[in-house]
Design a protein around this ligand. Structure first.
Ligand code: HEC
Length: 249
């Protein structure tokens, strides 16, 4: 750390910049957690993240098909009970194209699902106006595909490294924490991130690794909260460490 500069004496403009950044990424983090709860968290049909949710998301719930599992999980509220049953019955009957229309399943897809699941909706979701996209999800649920795992993995690695580089760079200027703890907190999100993402892949092949996903995710959250609160506390609630306050003009 540069001698003399720390979070208490860097001057108001830099404190405002750091705090604004921390607030925005803090809200981003809360949104990410909410999204996890609403998608992965609902994989077993119950609110809250459990090891089952993680197994279902990555390894798949192999006793059923993806469509049925989703209709009992995160897609449960997307259709009325009779409509859900119509689709589930059609899927259990082998998801045949010949009965797609007569079973009433086609109608449910058109009336309720394609509002989000189509090119037009522009949400990047599988397009259910195309039969093959439905058919593909009426097979045994083997969890996230390698294609989607690769996509999500690289987005996370780049995005999260970017966020934690700056959160860490701000936290470097904290003084109320011993050096070993500071270094550990800075390294933790990067280590957790690699652990988290490796364990998505491992869980895809063996559900035993689901608990590693939990540890990776929690480690990252813990380090984030710790660096966030210490940094904000030192900037605004701690007395100046030395008299060499940066000129504020
Ligand atoms: C309000 C928008 C919306 C509607 C309406 C909707 N879905 Fe979804 N669906 C989503 C989102 C967002 C995801 C991705 C998150 C997830 O998997 O929970 C998704 C994912 C899915 C998936 C997993 C696709 C995959 O390959 O991972 C299936 C299957 C699915 N929905 C089925 C349905 C069915 C069947 C209906 C109609 C009864 C429906 N959805 C209606 C928003 C919607």
């Amino acid at each position: 750390m540069m001698k003399g500069y720390n979070l208490t004496n860097i001057g108001t403009p830099l404190k405002v910049l750091f705090t604004s950044y921390l607030c925005v990424v803090g809200i981003g983090y809360l949104m990410a957690v909410t999204q996890i709860l609403l998608t992965h968290g609902m994989a077993d049909g119950k609110f809250g993240l459990s090891v089952d949710d993680i197994v279902y998301s990555y390894y798949g719930n192999r006793t059923g098909t993806l469509i049925e599992n989703k209709l009992n999980g995160s897609m449960k509220d997307m259709a009325d009970e009779p409509d859900r049953v119509t689709i589930i019955k059609w899927v259990r009957d082998g998801a045949k194209e010949s009965t797609f229309e007569s079973s009433g399943a086609k109608m449910v897809f058109e009336n309720t699902c394609i509002a989000c699941h189509s090119e037009e909706a522009g949400m990047g979701l599988p397009d259910f106006t195309k039969f093959e996209n439905i058919k593909e999800r009426a097979k045994q649920d083997t969890g996230a595909s390698v294609k989607s795992l690769t996509r999500v993995s690289h987005i996370h690695l780049f995005g999260i490294a970017f966020i934690f580089f700056f959160v860490g760079a701000i936290f470097v200027f904290a003084t109320s924490v011993p050096v070993w703890l500071k270094s550990a907190a800075i390294a933790m999100p990067f280590v957790s991130q690699i652990m988290d993402i490796s364990s998505w892949w491992l869980t895809k092949f063996d559900p035993v690794f689901a608990w590693l996903v939990m540890i990776g995710g929690s480690g990252m959250g813990l380090a984030f909260a710790f660096m966030w609160f210490v940094s904000v506390y030192e900037m605004w609630f701690r007395k100046h460490e030395d008299s060499s306050v940066i000129d504020e003009h």
